[in-house]
Design a binder for this molecule. Structure first.
Ligand code: FES
Length: 142
């Protein structure tokens, strides 16, 4: 699927995600927001998530019937990964000052590519495709 098709087919999900935002009541670490996906695609309206508008900002998105996502605004664009640690499935946080995803459970660390840096995780975080268009992020399985 090329970038244009990716964005076109995801446009239908835009309204659903804007309406589904919430702050999870019982979380550790970063705020988590509930969003929906259409098929394997999510659209995140950046206007609704100020942290993602700034380089270094990030967001964790709980997706019904899909893995939780973590999105980071880097100085070269956006990256997204499945947020569940590959060790015991805890949700990782982005620590911009250290440029690492850090798991709060056993301190597993991953770099901005999702690769394991240290700790017990046996594998990298799973990557997602991200494209920015018109102030929205289109996120889908890689
Ligand atoms: S669950 Fe993440 S390091 Fe153990």
């Amino acid at each position: 699927m090329n970038r244009r098709d990716f964005i076109k087919t995801g446009a239908a999900a835009a309204g659903v995600l804007a309406a589904g935002e919430y702050l999870a009541a019982c979380t550790v670490g970063q705020k988590r927001y509930k969003i929906a996906m259409t098929g394997d695609k999510a659209i995140i309206d950046l206007a609704a998530y100020p942290a993602l508008q700034q380089v270094g900002g990030s967001g964790i998105f709980v997706v019904r019937d899909h893995p939780t996502l973590i999105v980071v605004h880097t100085d070269t664009g956006y990256v997204a990964f499945g947020a569940n640690c590959t060790h015991k499935r805890c949700v990782v946080d982005w620590h911009d000052s250290e440029k690492h995803f850090i798991c709060p459970c056993h301190k597993g660390r991953y770099d901005i590519t999702g690769a394991v840096v240290s700790g017990p995780p046996p594998a990298a975080l799973p990557p997602y495709l991200v494209a920015e268009e018109g102030g929205k992020l289109h996120v889908a399985k890689a």
